[in-house]
Design a protein around this ligand. Structure first.
Ligand code: HEC
Ligand code: HEC
Ligand code: HEC
Length: 129
């Protein structure tokens, strides 16, 4: 083996060691979950507001809904596109997103968020009936 080959082999080993953390973790690092939509949600095509808005603001929307219902006894939400929704966590959100485990929970687990809402609110309004 001449010196040139030794250098090439040395380089290969060096690169492999250098990049080891990257390929060793391939497929292992928890990927950001892609929330699954139910057939009902797919048919509706859109959420009550835009996807981007929902992603970052759904907690605030739920807070506003709760206050509006409980304090002002108003139950109708008019979205920015003019659609009307009953302001209900279980009957509206979970009507389209009835796959709570695959949808809400999956994302919350990833983000280490653990809403306590389900202590009181039913998470399977359909089965309850
Ligand atoms: C009419 C059916 C419907 C209702 C009611 C509904 N959603 Fe959605 N939701 C959807 C659809 C469809 C999407 C996907 C939108 C898209 O891909 O553009 C979505 C997307 C979302 C997202 C973003 C998911 C992502 O991939 O980032 C969140 C969060 C969400 N909804 C929460 C809620 C909450 C909370 C409520 C109640 C306040 C609610 N939704 C009510 C149909 C609905
Ligand atoms: C795309 C990811 C994603 C999806 C899907 C999602 N959430 Fe969230 N949710 C989050 C994140 C991230 C937080 C934490 C935000 C924070 O801590 O500021 C959160 C926080 C919340 C909170 C506030 C919790 C608290 O203790 O303040 C509520 C309520 C909530 N989500 C309800 C829902 C419901 C109901 C659904 C399903 C219909 C849902 N979320 C779907 C990402 C998601
Ligand atoms: C200690 C019990 C309790 C907890 C915990 C709780 N709620 Fe409620 N919530 C209620 C009661 C009671 C009402 C009034 C029901 C009504 O008037 O229809 C209500 C009403 C609401 C409403 C409007 C009506 C409806 O049917 O949804 C929303 C939205 C709501 N809560 C969201 C939340 C969210 C989001 C959380 C978690 C961050 C949460 N709640 C946690 C007891 C609770």
């Amino acid at each position: 083996m001449n010196d040139k080959n030794k250098i090439v082999i040395g380089l290969i080993i060096f690169v492999v060691i250098l990049t080891f953390p990257f390929w060793y973790n391939m497929g292992k690092a928890a990927p950001v979950p892609e929330p699954k939509l139910t057939d009902k949600a797919k048919a509706a095509k859109e959420c009550i507001e835009s996807k981007e808005f929902m992603k970052s603001e759904h907690m605030q929307i739920l807070d506003v809904w709760r206050d509006t219902v409980v304090r002002d006894t108003d139950r109708i939400y008019v979205s920015s596109s003019g659609k009307e929704f009953d302001m209900s966590l279980s009957n509206t959100c979970l009507d389209c997103h009835s796959n709570k485990e695959e949808f809400c929970d999956k994302c919350h687990d990833y983000a280490s968020a653990d809403p306590y809402c389900w202590d009181c609110h039913v998470d399977n309004p359909k089965e309850k009936k």
